[in-house]
Every structure is written in structure tokens, then in C-alpha cells.
Design a protein. Structure first.
Length: 483
């Protein structure tokens, strides 16, 4: 009897081992089958004629990376494609389902952003990945949380009223150019809220503006012509202007350290208290200055442009502003601009969608990854063609039409289709800052002035640059005080 029990026990152990072995074999077979039966992205095995430049000549031919991606993805009908950024093969995706497959990735492929390295330097958070990025984001991103954003509102109100006072002195035939006006406001907005009390001084703002525009002209030139030859006049000129900006930022940092009566300035204070090297402090300060200034300025310009050619929306928005805020620019204003379900927020969102302020984001995985059923090998750059998704008929009805009501019930795949600031944990950290600044400026100015285009029949084309989207024609307007 005892022998029978032992025999049954041994049989049970053998049976369990056999089952585990079969399960293991099936898992191995299934994994191999998954890899074998999977396919790389269409065009993976194709090579460019000139491996040194890849498809950069095609991008130049189409006028911009965004336009080339529209062509590559057939305006959104083709969800995944492959192209060559110089000698680097890149997989580009534009569908919400595929965005979902990569949404947890946080590492950025440095190869796609090397053009800016001579300016923001390799010390910028733009080039940080892995644990280094995780450590830096913890203290840096805190500066753009809502409690801090609320403290910026009085500063934005003051800037808007300063602009309104200047507009009040204009005659009936005087003309303003929207981008210039709003870029002037946004440079005050970001410097006064993020870089120190020194920018309460108008002369300091003017000096920073002058240096910034010198630098931005060099950025535009660099993006058009590519990297400058080592030792060339252009390279030396770029280096000189970068050094001038770094000295300016160093001066700002020194003055902040020596200020006696300090109000809290979360961004610059976070940098100074982080313990990072001084050159990294300057790199981060310059990165956020460039990232937060032009995009917001042009978003304001495009939003006002769309309002001036869509009068019914303009009237609807103004009615809401008067009802929700009126002349009370305190608690009511705060509640209004942080409410995501307003005509104001829908108008800003539609401006972001239609304009495509930023056309792409990029990530990579340290391991092989499946995206839309396609195998993408480890460390392959994955470009998320955000601009293609924002303008695709697969995602949006009549995508060329300005229709803010499409955001009244945004749900399902459209939530992933609408990603003007990127996806996941590494989306633009200043996106809430942009919403807050734009919302305050619009709420103040639109209640004090009627803005009319000089040429009501003008068709304005968009130029999708590497950094932002600008109008090809001047956006000239009249401003009339409202009684």
C-alpha cells in the first residue's frame, strides 16, 4: 500500500513536470512564431540613393518635414512608413492606435534633434534619457503645475493691460502685425514669470528681446541650410551669438541669486536649487526660453486670425467672456481659464489642431517593440507625426475647416489624435503654461478691442518650420476700442 502511494506521488510529479515542459515549449514556439510571422514596417528594406543625406533632399523638396510626412503618410491614409534622416532609418506613425503602442516610451532619439545642439548644447534636458531624464523632470516640471500657474495670472493680466494701453493710442487707420504684437507679449510673459524680477524693468526686457531675435535668426538659418562647416564664418557667427545669449542668461542668474526681496519664481529657483552644474542651468534656461516663446506667440496670432475670419465664433467667445469674467479679472478669471469645457478652450484647441504648431515628437525603445503589429528593432527612432494626425480625414470631419465645436465631446481615438504638445509623460512640460498665458491674453484684449483684418479676403498660407508654424503672409489688423 505504501509502495502504491509512493508510485502515485512520483507519477504526479512526473505529470506536472511534463505539463510545465509542454507549456514552456508552446511559449517558445509561440514567441518565435510571433516574430517570424510579424513584418517590419512597409519600406523597411528600402535604401535611399545617397545614404549620407538619406531623404533630407525629399524633405527640402516638399518645403518642410510636416509636408513630407503628409506625403509619406498619404494625408493620414497610410498609418506607418519609413524614411531616412540622413544615415538614420526612422519609422513614422500617424494613427491613434499606434500612438497608444508607444505612449509609455520616454527616451528621445538624439539623432533627430542634433541641429539644435550647437545652440541649446548637449547639457539640455532635450538630450537627457533614462534615469537622468527622470531625475531632472521631478524638480523641473513642478514649476508648471497649476498652483504656480495661478500665481502667474496677475503678471499676465498686467502684460495684457500694458499692450491694451498701447493699442488705445492707435488711430483708426494704424495697423498692427499680429505675430510681432504677440511675440512681444510672450517674451514678457515667460521672462517675468520664469526668470526673475529683473524683467520687471522694461529695458531688461528690450535687451533680452534683441539678443533673442539675433539668436532666433541664426536658428532659422541653421535649419534651412543644415550644420555649418567647422571653422566657417557662419559657424563663428553662430557661436558668437550663442555666447552672447549665455552671458545674458548668466547675468539673469547672478541677479536672481543676489535679489534681496524675492517673490517665488518656481522655474529659475528650481534650477538654482537643483544642484546641477552651472552650464546645465544655462542650457535648461535657454531650452525653455526658446520652447516657450515662439510657439505661444504664434498660437496667439493664429487664434486671433481664425477669430477674425469666423465672426460667429468671435461673437460666441466674446459673449462667453463677458458672462464668465467681465471686468472682474481675479477669481472669476482664474476659474474661467482653467475650465477645460469652455468656448475659449475649444477655440484654442481648434487653433492648435488646424495650425499644427508642432508637427512631430519622437521616441525610441531600448528593446524590440511591436507597433501596429509591425516589429521595430531596439533603438530605432519612432517619429509620431502629430501634424498628420491633426489634419487627417480619418480622425476629423472636414479637417481643413475651423470648427471649435468638434471639441465639445472629444472622446475615443480623437483623444489620442489631438496631441499638439506630444504624448505621455514626456509631452511638453510647459503646455499648461501656454494654455494659461494664451487664455489670459485673449480674455483681456478681446473684451477691450475689436480686431479686424486689413484685408478681409486675404488667404493666409502656413509655413511649417522645424520649430513652429508661421504665416507666409503678414497678419495685419486694425484694433478698435470697445465702448
Amino acid at each position: 500500500m505504501l509502495g502504491l502511494v509512493v508510485l502515485l506521488g512520483i507519477c504526479s510529479i512526473v505529470m506536472a513536470c511534463c505539463i510545465k515542459f509542454v507549456v514552456l515549449l508552446f511559449s517558445i514556439w509561440n514567441g518565435r512564431s510571433k516574430i517570424t510571422n510579424s513584418s517590419y514596417a512597409p519600406g523597411w528594406n528600402e535604401r535611399p540613393k545617397d545614404l549620407k543625406i538619406g531623404d533630407l533632399d525629399k524633405i527640402k523638396k516638399h518645403g518642410s518635414l510636416h509636408n513630407y510626412l503628409l506625403h509619406l503618410h498619404q494625408n493620414g491614409d497610410k498609418s506607418i512608413a519609413v524614411f531616412w534622416w540622413g544615415q538614420q532609418r526612422v519609422v513614422s506613425i500617424c494613427s491613434p492606435d499606434m500612438f497608444k503602442d508607444v505612449i509609455k516610451l520616454t527616451d528621445r532619439p538624439k539623432e533627430l534633434f542634433t541641429l539644435l545642439e550647437p545652440i541649446i548644447t548637449a547639457d539640455s534636458i532635450q538630450y537627457a534619457n533614462g534615469q537622468e531624464w527622470e531625475n531632472r523632470r521631478k524638480w523641473l516640471y513642478q514649476a508648471f503645475k497649476q498652483p504656480f500657474l495661478e500665481s502667474y495670472i496677475p503678471i499676465f493680466v498686467k502684460i495684457a493691460n500694458e499692450t491694451a494701453d498701447l493699442w488705445s493710442m492707435l488711430g483708426a487707420t494704424d495697423v498692427i502685425e499680429l505675430p510681432d504684437e504677440f511675440l512681444s507679449m510672450t517674451i514678457k510673459g515667460i521672462t517675468r514669470t520664469c526668470y526673475g524680477n529683473v524683467f520687471d524693468n522694461a529695458e531688461e526686457v528690450y535687451n533680452m528681446t534683441h539678443v533673442y531675435y539675433e539668436l532666433y535668426d541664426e536658428i532659422e538659418q541653421l535649419l534651412k541650410t543644415g550644420p555649418h562647416d567647422v571653422g566657417s564664418v557662419r559657424e563663428k557667427q553662430l557661436h558668437a551669438i550663442c555666447e552672447k545669449m549665455k552671458r545674458k542668461l548668466q547675468d539673469v542668474i547672478d541677479k536672481r541669486c543676489n535679489e534681496q526681496d524675492k517673490r517665488s519664481i518656481p522655474f529659475i529657483d528650481a534650477l538654482l536649487q537643483s544642484g546641477i552644474p552651472e552650464k546645465q542651468v544655462i542650457a535648461e534656461a535657454l531650452t525653455f526660453l526658446i520652447g516657450g516663446l515662439h510657439n505661444t506667440g504664434y498660437l496667439l496670432a493664429w487664434t486671433v486670425h481664425y477669430l477674425t475670419i469666423n465672426k460667429h465664433v468671435y461673437h460666441e467667445l466674446l459673449t462667453e467672456m463677458k458672462s464668465r469674467v467681465g471686468s472682474n479679472c481675479t477669481e472669476k478669471l482664474k476659474n474661467y481659464i482653467f475650465d477645460p469645457n469652455t468656448c475659449l478652450r475649444y477655440v484654442i484647441n481648434e487653433s492648435l489642431r488646424l495650425t499644427v504648431i508642432s508637427s512631430f515628437a519622437a521616441r525610441y525603445s531600448e528593446d524590440d517593440i511591436f507597433v501596429g503589429g509591425h516589429l521595430i528593432p531596439a533603438r530605432t527612432p519612432i517619429l509620431m507625426a502629430l501634424g498628420v494626425s491633426l489634419r487627417s480625414e480619418s480622425n476629423w470631419k472636414a479637417p481643413e475647416k475651423f470648427d471649435h465645436t468638434r471639441f465639445c465631446a472629444l472622446q475615443g481615438k480623437n483623444k489620442l489624435s489631438f496631441a499638439p504638445f506630444g504624448h505621455g509623460r514626456r509631452k511638453c512640460p510647459g503646455y499648461q503654461f501656454a494654455y494659461t498665458e494664451v487664455s489670459v491674453f485673449l480674455t483681456i484684449l478681446l473684451q477691450r478691442f475689436r480686431i479686424e483684418p486689413v484685408d478681409k479676403d486675404q488667404e493666409v498660407e502656413r509655413f511649417h518650420g522645424y520649430l513652429t508654424t508661421t504665416p507666409k503672409q503678414p497678419l495685419k489688423c486694425y484694433v478698435y476700442p470697445l465702448t
